[in-house]
Design a protein around this ligand. Structure first.
Ligand SMILES: O=P(O)(O)OC[C@H]1O[C@H](O[C@H]2O[C@H](CO)[C@@H](O)[C@H](O)[C@H]2O)[C@H](O)[C@@H](O)[C@@H]1O
Length: 249
């Protein structure tokens, strides 16, 4: 791991949400975002010519809710949906999740500790409140996957997620980087989870900076301890980018 270099106004910043901008909570809706985060992100985006985006497994609508009133460029559902900086939406075709939902709903109904998140193009089966049920959850998701060959299984933090094979955080970052205001900038990606590794690989292959937030194996060359450390870095980055250099005073 090496020390983070100072940011410059030529960066594009990409931020994961859960475990990165916000601490992990007992339930997906129990997450809280520090009160000054929307304003901080808005100011930082301003210093970067708006080249700042959220790249998350959640639907973009949920990110808008947590960061309200701020609406940033965003990739949601692991890249299955994307709102570009010009406000245009890009969505992969919705998979036929109806084929597998009844069996997964039945599993969750039989075990109140489990939680099923039904997204437009993905399904997340959470077992944070019932960790002993990880194995049956894996069996159920593996069986479901056999009916949906265009979907892939990912293991997140106490969650098993099924998302379109064509969707990924690396591809989402590449898509942003083909468009203004991201194009031509040095990409920085901050994430905490195995689902962020594809984005880490992508930005490092492009000469950018990958930052793992928290513990765990990673291909990222840089690390911050936790979401609080990221928030401190964001505040420092804003100060660095908005303080005139001595030469320009
Ligand atoms: O890509 P991310 O922004 O990191 O989103 C990944 C998944 O995060 C959420 O689940 C995780 O966070 C929850 C709240 O802290 C926690 O309760 C859960 O155990 C974690 O797995 C979210 O619910 C998923 O939809 C995201 O895909």
């Amino acid at each position: 791991m090496s020390e983070l270099p100072p940011p410059s106004t030529a960066c594009a910043v990409f931020l994961d949400f859960d475990g990165t901008l916000a601490d992990i909570a007992a339930h997906p809706q129990a997450v809280t975002v520090h009160a000054d985060i929307p304003s901080l992100l808005d100011q930082l985006a301003g210093a970067l010519d708006r080249a700042l985006a959220i790249v998350t497994g959640r639907p973009i609508a949920e990110i808008d809710h947590f960061l309200s009133p701020l609406q940033l460029p965003a990739a949601g559902v692991h890249g299955a949906e994307r709102r570009a900086a010009d406000g245009r939406w890009h969505r992969l075709p919705a998979p036929k999740l109806d084929k597998v939902l009844p069996a997964l709903r039945a599993l969750v109904a039989a075990h109140p500790g489990l939680l099923l998140e039904e997204k437009s193009s993905a399904i997340a089966l959470h077992y944070r409140q019932a960790p002993s049920l990880e194995a049956p959850c894996l069996t159920a998701m593996t069986e479901a996957l056999q009916q949906l060959p265009d979907m892939a299984l990912m293991r997140g933090k106490q969650v098993l997620e099924m998302k379109p094979r064509a969707a990924g955080k690396g591809a989402a970052v590449r898509a942003f980087l083909e468009e203004a205001p991201f194009q031509g900038r040095c990409p920085w990606f901050f994430g905490d989870d195995v689902t962020d590794e594809a984005a880490f690989e992508t930005v490092q292959a492009l000469g950018g900076i990958a930052v793992k937030v928290g513990a765990g194996d990673t291909c990222a060359h840089h690390r911050l301890g936790d979401p609080a450390a990221l928030q401190a870095w964001l505040r420092q980055a804003l100060a660095t980018l908005t303080t005139p250099s001595p030469a320009s005073r």
